[in-house]
Design a protein around this ligand. Structure first.
Ligand code: UGA
Length: 437
């Protein structure tokens, strides 16, 4: 099948490369000329494990192309995917749909023959209806169907998530569109991936409901962690104890500094706005948003507590800045709340992140950026683990202790355990587990 993918952000680029790898002929389109030129030279704008090889091999085999002008690709396409950004609109938290509607206008002027227009961007319920209206108004003669096909991939595991998803959701009432979508995802039949066909509005809501539920699950375990600290219980054991119940499940029960990233904060807020406007408020999600925001802001005080109440003049060695490992994405990362809070209180911050430092430097300019974890720790009064990158999981703790001014660790990702740190003479503070001084 011939696919045009409008937008080469995370979702567009990964989906485009994966569809090409399935054997389809894909053109990824983006208005950003520099980005397209770099992609043609296999310079990938994001850090995503395996993506450079996937793009290179599919370009080499002639199934994947990049273009600034999408006219030809859209005319020839069986399916045109809209995978442009839907950032939070400034001020009100609603998803900004201007890029989506601009893409719909452009597509309307170009399609030839029956074409399926698919929204992969995360869009509020009813957006498919509006896209249909825009295209009909501009091209009353056009033969098309608008389909919702939300994406559930995670950054850092995006290719695997796309190729081995738990499910694919397709929202359409059109039988012809259904056949096109089934053909596009046919390679997934090999591993028996469920393909769930629903109405379009239902499919749009499934995406928001999934992200909101996961954000709520994380927020739940974070609150349990706080309770564990007060009651002298261990949140990891609580998570295991409840997660072994199949109805709850073990995933997304890692307590931490609060969720971040390009999706959960934006999508929970958008769902709250949609629901409020519809007169059917989602109070659990409203609370989730508030609790998570407050949590990120409160994390700095844990460092102060570990230092006896005051960070002024103290050096903090921060390990990890991105919102999670295996990405260079800094969007809504907890570090963006925690580091400025520490600096405001007079701390000196040194930091290392394996992939995120270029992005971080734009947002957190007053950090001393280091070339490795040990440099970030040198002379520090406390080491603060903010992101659980693999390379922070097996630090040489004796070396860490020697390099630090005093051996104190604040581990907001529960990478280490209290007994192993205590044996080496560290004061160790983690999330939701008994503290060890
Ligand atoms: C999330 C969803 O997991 C994807 O299914 C979805 O497709 C994507 O949003 C999207 O809408 O595009 P992502 O933002 O890449 O994916 O990252 P996650 O792995 O979900 O992590 C989000 C945040 O939650 C991170 O800050 C992470 O540290 C935090 N988290 C996650 C926890 O604190 N505890 C957990 O147990 C899991």
């Amino acid at each position: 099948m011939r696919v045009a993918m409008i937008g080469t952000g995370y979702v567009g680029l990964v989906s485009g490369a994966c569809f090409a790898d399935f054997g389809h002929v894909v053109t990824c389109v983006d208005k950003d000329e520099g980005k397209i030129e770099r992609l043609r030279q296999n310079v990938i704008p994001i850090f995503e494990p395996g993506l450079d090889d996937l793009v290179a091999s599919n370009v080499r085999d002639g199934r994947l192309k990049f273009a600034v002008d999408g006219a030809e690709a859209i005319r020839q396409a069986d399916a045109v995917f809209i995978a442009v950004g839907t950032p939070s609109r400034r001020g009100d938290g609603h998803a900004d749909l201007s890029y989506v509607y601009a893409a719909a206008e452009e597509i309307a002027g170009l399609i030839e023959g029956f074409t399926v227009i698919v929204t992969k961007s995360t869009v509020p319920v009813g957006t498919g209806d509006e896209i249909e209206r825009i295209i009909k108004a501009r091209r009353p003669d056009a033969d098309f169907a608008v389909v919702s096909n939300p994406e559930f991939l995670r950054e850092g595991a995006a290719i695997d998530d796309f190729k081995r998803p738990d499910r694919v959701v397709v929202g359409t009432d059109s039988e012809r569109a259904r056949l096109v979508m089934a053909e596009l995802y046919r390679p997934l039949n090999l591993n028996d991936t469920p393909i769930l066909f629903t109405g379009r509005r239902t499919s749009e809501l499934i995406k928001y409901a999934a992200n909101a539920f996961l954000a709520m699950k994380i927020t739940f375990i974070n609150e349990m962690a706080d309770l564990c600290e007060t009651l002298g219980a261990d949140v990891q054991q609580v998570a295991r104890g409840i997660g072994l119940d199949n109805r709850i499940g073990p995933k997304f029960l890692h307590a931490g500094p609060g969720y971040g990233g390009s999706c959960f904060p934006k999508d929970t807020l958008a769902l709250v706005r949609t629901a409020t406007d519809a007169g059917s408020p989602v109070r659990l999600i409203e609370t989730t948003v508030q609790v998570n925001d407050a949590r990120k802001r409160a994390m700095a005080s844990r460092v102060a507590d570990a230092l006896g109440g005051n960070v002024a003049g103290k050096t903090i060695g921060v390990l990890g800045l991105t919102f999670k490992p295996n990405t260079d994405d800094m969007r809504d990362a907890p570090s963006l709340d925690i580091v400025p809070e520490l600096q405001k209180a007079g701390a000196i911050v040194k930091a290392f992140d394996p992939e995120g430092m270029d992005e971080a430097a734009k947002l957190l300019p007053d950090i001393q950026y280091c070339s490795g974890p040990y440099e970030a720790i040198t002379g520090a009064d406390v080491v603060l683990i903010l992101t659980e990158w693999n390379q922070f999981r097996a630090l040489d703790l004796d070396r860490v202790k020697l390099l630090m001014s005093q051996p104190i660790m604040v581990d907001l990702r529960n990478v280490y355990s209290a007994p192993e740190l205590k044996v080496r003479g560290f004061a160790y503070h983690s999330i939701g587990r008994p503290t060890q001084d």
